[in-house]
Design a protein around this ligand. Structure first.
Ligand code: FAD
Length: 213
């Protein structure tokens, strides 16, 4: 596979404009402030844009790494060859079910501190154990983030994901798949998404297939 960063940047710039950057230092996007450049970096703030990005990368066979706030990643000095996408989908809806219960549907890019700060003053609880977790809720699903005996799995009903696994074998579009709580294989700091990690990076930042076990 040959990844042409200039072509990828120009195509993505046409759609995402200034949300796309070339040779972006990943040190700017992780808590520990380390890491070399991503060939192409993009911030995605709408669900349909995320589906579009994953579809384009699958069609073009561009390597794609999805990230949240970068609070649980360490990037190598070599950076990443390919596209790094920061999920910044922050929109949410709160549907009141009765006087004491509401159902929160939230974008993967919202941070724990922000959602708690916005909902707690209105009297809603459920996530209040997590204000010290600095990442996004999407990143929190991957590791079933939690603290003090509580975790996201205690309040999570379902997750919609963009599944591009089938695109590795055939020229088909990614699909949006809903996993219910019981399908997420949640346990202490674990979900099915941790178990199914499919990529690692070599010393030059090129993605390589991870061993299956
Ligand atoms: C000071 C500090 C305190 C912390 N305290 C806690 C704690 O109390 N409890 C706890 O559980 N964790 C804690 N963490 C770890 C971290 O905050 C959590 O793991 C958090 O959930 C990571 O979210 P993130 O958005 O930063 O993910 P990132 O670090 O950006 O990504 C983590 C992994 O998830 C993947 N990923 C992220 N978002 C998505 C997405 N939308 N779709 C697909 N894959 C995605 C990335 O590829 C990466 O593999 C702490 C970290 C720090 C620095």
């Amino acid at each position: 596979m040959i990844f042409d960063a200039e072509i990828a940047y120009n195509e993505l710039y046409a759609h995402f404009g200034n949300l796309v950057r070339r040779n972006e230092p990943l040190a700017r996007h992780c808590t520990f402030g380390v890491g070399g450049p991503a060939d192409v970096w993009v911030s995605v703030d709408k669900p349909e844009d995320l589906v579009g990005l994953v579809t384009l990368c699958a069609e073009r066979r561009w390597p794609l790494l999805i990230t949240g706030n970068g609070t649980n990643v360490l990037y190598a000095d070599a950076g990443v060859r390919g596209v790094v996408a920061r999920v910044a989908i922050n929109a949410y809806t709160l549907e009141e079910r009765d006087a004491e219960t509401a159902f929160l549907t939230v974008g993967a890019g919202i941070s724990w501190p922000r959602i708690i700060n916005e909902l707690a003053p209105k009297g809603w609880g459920g996530l209040e154990f997590g204000p010290g977790i600095p990442g996004t809720l999407g990143g929190g699903v991957v590791s079933n983030a939690g603290v003090h005996g509580h975790d996201l799995g205690h309040v999570l009903e379902w997750v919609d994901i963009v599944d591009a696994r089938q695109c590795e074998e055939r020229a088909v579009a990614p699909t949006v798949v809903r996993y219910s709580h019981d399908e997420l294989e949640l346990s202490y700091r674990h979900s099915r998404f941790r178990a199914q990690r499919r990529v690692q990076f070599d010393g030059e930042g090129n993605p390589i297939a991870a061993p299956t076990n």
